[in-house]
Design a protein around this ligand. Sequence first.
Ligand code: SF4
Length: 322
Amino acid sequence: MSAQPLLTVKDLRKHFPIRGGLFGRPVGSVKAVDGVSFSIERGETLGLVGESGCGKSTTGMMVLRLLEASGGEIWFDGQDVTKYNKRELRQFRRHAQIIFQDPYASLNPRMAVGDIIAEPMMLHNLAKGAERTKRVAELMQMVGLNKYYADRYPHEFSGGQRQRIGIARALAVQPKLIVCDEPVSALDVSIQSQILNLLVELQEQMGLTYLFIAHGLNVVKHISDRIGVMYLGKMVEMADGDELITNPLHPYTKTLLSAIPIPKPGAVKNRIILQGDVPSPANPPSGCRFHTRCPQCQEVCKVEEPEFRKIGSRFIACHLVE
Ligand code: SF4
């Protein structure tokens, strides 16, 4: 591995303005992502988890500059992505791709699968004519699809097969980084593991780096080297995947972990049920953002925001963890 991480994100923020009044002036903001920092080494998978609305997908979109950040830095291969001009951004798009959650909505229903996979190569001028057709066949085989299906349309495939098409399209430009935005959430459990295994195999073959976004730890634990847990726009804990799963320290991580069913008949699990709803990111709680639902909340938590700091080999934001 190179000494320099492939991706480094520093204090990333996305605040959506709330407009009101007669003239639609900004009257506040939704802090969807509010100061998130992490890095990903080459060939590594960082899992990003949290409930819906915690800002994980917004983070993924900002990393790829599909959504402009309100603040912070994004360094890719030693360069600040937020400073890229149009030409540089185009090149960057070749190196950083995305796999979407809904494989059907992300594929053009009027295009044959071969054309869908070939399109990024065309856009980036990577292969032409017979060479492009050959490459499409290779990519289809690589993701476990029959190359003779290249003339078929997305609706002729199952959900799992459509996600394989999405993966082949992302691989077509030989990217370094892939943001996997809940790539298995819409699939049956039996198909989920096939797609996860495929992503692991492709990573080994091609040295890919993944930012893998999911709402549950049960999915990310299978694929991630490290895991970051987000709550209401903030990172609350980040650690080696095995360490986080076997010894979660942040009360919110413990809650997420308690939601994973034990695959054993008769096994009983002490599930932690959180009280109340997720607060609005337009008006996040004072102090620790998790304090309104935390079973271990103390007085200090209500007034003082815990710093996201390194403790041992992990990063964590909680007053109770020393
Ligand atoms: Fe809970 Fe306090 Fe830790 Fe926040 S800082 S997670 S409220 S114990």
